[in-house]
Design a protein around this ligand. Structure first.
Ligand code: ATP
Ligand code: MG
Length: 273
């Protein structure tokens, strides 16, 4: 019996937080929910899962799997965070072999061994993103609360529909809670996709990246991490653990409060001079 499902995280805009979300979700699904998780870098021309995770031995990559040169177990790399990774071939980003659409076929076998296979998609509107859309059993679209990103989110929803795929949910990222931002309810209404999570803009996420660790590892109780746990719980349909108020308060002080004080917007560009 097939055990797992392929979950694609998409957007037709770069930099909205797909890779960040994939590694944070993979970490909490493995550590907090005890799931067997694989992460697949399907951002074929600009793979960067390894840059977010570090320590990924990339002697073999997704390209070897797509070309049929290697089998799935030969391209899976164990990561110390508790999940397995099929990396992209970093530094070798132009691939003449056009095997992207083989992704679906190649993922099928993995479903026997993993509960969740998280696919980090490319934002490029060609076969790169279509590979993830057609390989996935479930799709989540990442967006930020601004008009240009919303317009690409609507295109992603349409693209999925054209391929007879439903988008299960929208993850809204880098939210500052300012009145110039689009409202979550409006994003939901205009896209027709239910919101499954709202993640705050937090400088600590950038710090986490510089330490090649997910935020959920650095501070498991920060607002960002707790939201990733809620999203993970929705993806697998299992309740998230309740946190005591003092653990929440400590998490807030460590990251969310520090975020407010370290943003130092008042300094402006003088920082770069
Ligand atoms: N909640 C957040 N708060 C602050 N910064 C964030 C947040 N989420 C992601 N970022 C930062 O935004 C940048 C882009 O994130 P990421 O690489 O995950 O985007 P992406 O959608 O995968 O981009 P691409 O399509 O180019 O692969 C990174 O520097 C990341 O640390
Ligand atoms: Mg990415």
């Amino acid at each position: 019996m097939v055990k797992g499902k392929v979950v694609g995280i998409i957007s037709i805009k770069g930099g909205v937080g797909k890779t960040t979300s994939v590694i944070n979700l993979a970490h909490v699904l493995a550590q907090d929910f005890g799931k067997k998780v694989a992460v697949v870098d399907a951002n074929f021309s600009s793979p960067n899962i390894s840059l977010h995770l570090g320590n990924v031995n990339a002697r073999s990559s997704i390209h070897d799997l797509l070309s049929g040169k290697l089998k799935a177990n030969e391209v899976l790399h164990k990561h110390e965070l508790g999940f397995d990774v099929i990396p992209g071939a970093a530094g070798n980003s132009i691939h003449s072999t056009n095997n992207y659409m083989k992704l679906r076929e190649r993922m099928q076998g993995l479903k026997n061994n993993y509960d969740v296979i998280l696919v980090d998609s490319s934002p490029t509107l060609n076969e790169e993103i279509l590979a993830t859309i057609t390989a996935a059993d479930e799709l989540y679209v990442m967006s930020t609360p601004d008009l240009p990103t919303l317009s690409t989110t609507l295109r992603a929803v349409k693209l999925a529909k054209d391929k007879k795929m439903n988008i299960n949910g929208m993850i809204l990222n880098k939210v500052r809670g300012k009145n110039y931002e689009l409202k979550a309810a409006d994003m939901e209404r205009l896209s027709g996709v239910p919101l499954v999570g709202v993640i705050k803009d937090n400088v600590r996420v950038l710090e986490a990246l510089s330490k090649v660790k997910p935020m959920t590892k650095l501070n498991p109780n920060s607002g960002v991490s707790l939201e990733y746990k809620n999203i993970a719980s929705k993806i697998i349909g299992e309740p998230a653990k309740k946190l005591s108020w003092h653990a929440k308060a400590l998490g807030y002080l460590k990251d969310d409060f520090t975020n407010l004080t370290t943003h130092k917007f008042s300094k402006g560009l003088s920082y770069y001079k």
